[in-house]
Design a protein. Structure first.
Length: 246
């Protein structure tokens, strides 16, 4: 039986106000969790934090597995030392990309907490290591490029896709899911397609996993990506897909 820890349990104080405990910060987080309707959290994930397991830890927030009613949700909690006072900007961007079926589905946004869909799956690199089905690999890569293309079209730069090892999950249905929009911006020049292409096709390791399933010429692809950077267009995007055989 998995233990569901009530949100006001003493064991969670240092998790909800991480890395430096602040009574005022803790109370704000607790208030937001109560307002959303979160009834508890579960110690689960690949990161150990204050004797508690969490799904992830970044520069802005800590992500916990929570329960909203009977449903599991991912809870992003603002760190006490974050470089911003609120998660609302990230939450609004997440809502916007959700309209294009990108990112985890937003459940609720508050200043100190974002509740969102909990995505069960493997990070892309781990998924590729175990994947022998070339068709599935091509479907995932094409869909990931499509999502990056749509982000470029929307004018939203994710900001972390040049090293996407912790930013792309493949869910149980074999769909790539871009996560963690904490550094996303509508002010920067969008480089989502170029960034993810650099990660997928030119980063040692990832490219090696892909080459048995996809074929491309490095020089041709680099030239197409340079053209895309100069003038982002549907035509060049289609040429990139053609070079990859997608």
């Amino acid at each position: 039986m998995v233990e569901v820890i009530p949100i006001d349990d003493e064991r969670l104080k240092k998790v909800l106000s991480y890395p430096h405990f602040s009574e005022s910060h803790y109370c704000k987080v607790l208030s937001d969790l109560r307002e959303i309707g979160v009834r508890g959290v579960i110690s689960q994930g690949g990161v150990d934090l204050a004797n508690f397991k969490v799904l992830g830890k970044g520069c802005v927030g800590v992500v916990l597995l929570g329960l909203l009613g009977e449903n599991r949700v991912a809870l992003k909690v603002l760190r006490s030392d974050a470089d911003r006072k609120s998660l609302r900007k990230e939450g609004e961007i997440l809502k916007e990309v959700n309209m294009e079926q990108i990112g985890p589905r937003t459940v609720a946004v508050r200043d100190n907490v974002i509740a969102m869909e909990y995505i069960s799956g493997d990070f892309l690199s781990k998924w590729l290591k175990t994947q022998n089905d070339g068709y599935k690999v091509r479907v995932v890569v094409k869909e990931l490029l499509r999502q990056c293309w749509r982000l470029d079209e929307m004018g939203i730069d994710h900001g972390e896709l040049s090293d996407a090892k912790k930013h792309v999950l493949v869910d149980g249905q074999g769909v790539p899911r871009i996560i963690d929009f904490e550094t996303a911006s509508k002010e920067r020049t969008c480089r989502n397609v170029v960034s993810i292409a650099g990660y997928l096709f030119f980063k040692s390791g990832i490219a090696d996993y892909l080459r048995p399933h996809l074929s491309w010429n490095d020089n041709n692809l680099k030239e197409l990506l340079r053209q895309y950077k100069r003038a982002r267009s549907p035509e060049v995007y289609r040429e990139i897909l053609e070079e990859l055989g997608l």
